[in-house]
Design a protein around this ligand. Structure first.
Ligand code: 5GP
Ligand code: ZN
Length: 135
């Protein structure tokens, strides 16, 4: 897609440090790494979010994520990793081509992605669950 930096990388028109590739996905180092070994895993198809990715392609993407995690573990030996993606501008997505961040953590006792939430009311759990079940 025009004006998509990750499509440009996929097409080979913009350089990237590729670390894994498959027929449906590509993985390369984030050029502004949040940690040593920060990898982005992208589907070859241009889709903005996971909700736009065809079901048949979801498995391929997550197989690539798994392969990248295994490579990161073998090569760099982190104590842990945060793996996930930003969905939408409000959640910090700035490149609107779906990408999964694999961010190694090298120290114990780190905080998980829950710290990014704004908090919720436990008393609302049944109502929230009911709303989700019926959606
Ligand atoms: P987002 O905030 O959209 O979830 O993350 C986008 C990521 O893409 C950022 O971490 C940013 O550093 C990375 N990024 C942006 N432009 C480029 C680029 O041209 N090459 C590479 N390798 N990473 C990029
Ligand atoms: Zn794209």
């Amino acid at each position: 897609m025009a004006d998509c930096i990750f499509c440009e990388i996929l097409a080979g028109r913009v350089a990237a440090e590729v670390v894994h590739e498959s027929s449906k996905a590509l993985a390369f180092l984030d050029v502004f790494p949040a940690a040593r070994g920060h990898v982005l895993v992208v589907p070859r198809a241009h889709v903005p979010t996971l909700l736009d990715l065809g079901d048949a392609a979801v498995g391929d993407l997550f197989l690539a994520v798994k392969a990248v995690q295994a490579k990161v573990q073998r090569a760099l030996g982190p104590a842990g990793m945060n793996v996930g993606w930003n969905h939408g501008l409000a959640a910090g997505q700035h490149v609107h081509h779906l990408h999964v961040h694999v961010i190694p953590r090298f120290e114990d006792g780190g905080r998980g992605i829950q710290v990014m939430g704004s908090g919720g009311d436990r008393a609302e759990l049944p109502a929230v669950a009911a709303a989700l079940r019926s959606a």
